[in-house]
Design a protein around this ligand. Structure first.
Ligand code: SAM
Length: 283
């Protein structure tokens, strides 16, 4: 552990005033002002000394410093140039060793390369893009083997939902492509500045040892997932008919060949079921 001083509410406000930053909804800027909360996130992620961690949206550095305190090396991807350009100085002022932090000023939705092949993702995600940014990182950085992210409670519950539950949906099935997801704690809205309208949860993931299929199979599977959940109340033979031969009858045949009940609905299918349908289609 390095002797790093974490930020409190007064530090956050001082830094924001210095940078003339008024948090914006558009960028999902709700900064954590509580040292216990950022330590809880880092503990849930089991960040170890020397590990390579990537953080999405470091903001003013609350969570970044807690990751650095564990002795990890951090790459932080921030879209807001005012925040990105202040972060290295904040780290140095708070006792972080030279070379422990790399700041990348970029949109995390489109970043294609990261220095040092990070193994762990830790983030308080911008809420408006939390699912797409997470899927982009899982897809683009296969070295990421585990992580913990903070998201809106409703989104976190969806990510971790199992088939058959009401909240199981497209994000749940797509996330499951990459590995297993679990709820890892709740976070009160009161630890943020400004205070958001909703509570948050921590979601942990472990990437599966082997990819479920090829990139082409993933694209085809995700398309079927989207179609099935766009019309989630319809039976699959109807919801997927356009892509599966053009009629409910041809869709039923393909679904049966994939060992999926044509009268079931998307919310009952695992990602493996969707993949089997994609494989039958590709024959
Ligand atoms: N990590 C900080 C904390 O916990 O206090 C800030 C978290 S705040 C919820 C989300 C952060 O993500 C903000 O700093 C915001 O500027 C940044 N952000 C928003 N959209 C982004 C994007 N597309 N790419 C990278 N950063 C983004």
């Amino acid at each position: 552990m390095t002797a790093v001083r974490l930020l409190g509410a007064a530090d956050i406000r001082r830094l924001a005033a210095e940078l003339d930053v008024t948090p914006t909804k558009k960028l999902g800027q709700n900064f954590v002002v509580d040292a216990n909360t950022v330590r809880k996130i880092v503990q849930a992620a089991k960040v170890q000394d020397g590990e390579r961690v990537v953080e999405i949206g470091p903001g003013l550095g609350s969570l970044t410093l807690a990751i650095l305190e564990r002795g990890a090396r951090v790459t932080a991807v921030e879209i807001d140039s005012r925040l990105a350009s202040r972060l290295a100085q904040t780290a140095a002022e708070q006792g972080v060793a030279d070379g422990q932090l790399t700041v990348v000023e970029h949109d995390a939705m489109t970043v294609a390369e990261l220095p040092g092949d990070p193994a762990v993702l830790v983030a308080n995600l911008p809420y408006n893009v939390s699912v797409p940014v997470l899927l982009h990182f899982m897809q683009t950085f296969p070295t990421l083997s585990r992580g913990v992210v903070m998201v809106q409670a409703e989104v976190g519950e969806r990510l971790a939902a199992a088939p058959g539950s009401k909240i199981y949906g497209s994000p749940s099935a797509k996330a499951a492509w990459y590995g297993s997801w679990r709820l890892a704690g709740t976070v009160s809205r009161r630890v943020f500045w400004p205070v958001p309208n909703v509570d948050s949860v921590l979601v942990g993931f472990e990437r599966a040892d082997e990819p479920l299929g090829t990139v082409e199979e993933r694209t085809a599977t995700f398309r079927l997932i989207d179609l099935a959940f766009q019309q989630r109340r319809k039976m699959l033979r109807q919801a997927l008919s356009r892509d599966l031969g053009g009629s409910a009858a041809s869709a039923s045949e393909i679904l049966a060949a994939a060992d999926v009940d044509p009268t079931s609905r998307g919310e009952q299918l695992t990602v493996h079921d969707f993949l089997r349908i994609a494989r039958v289609l590709a024959r």
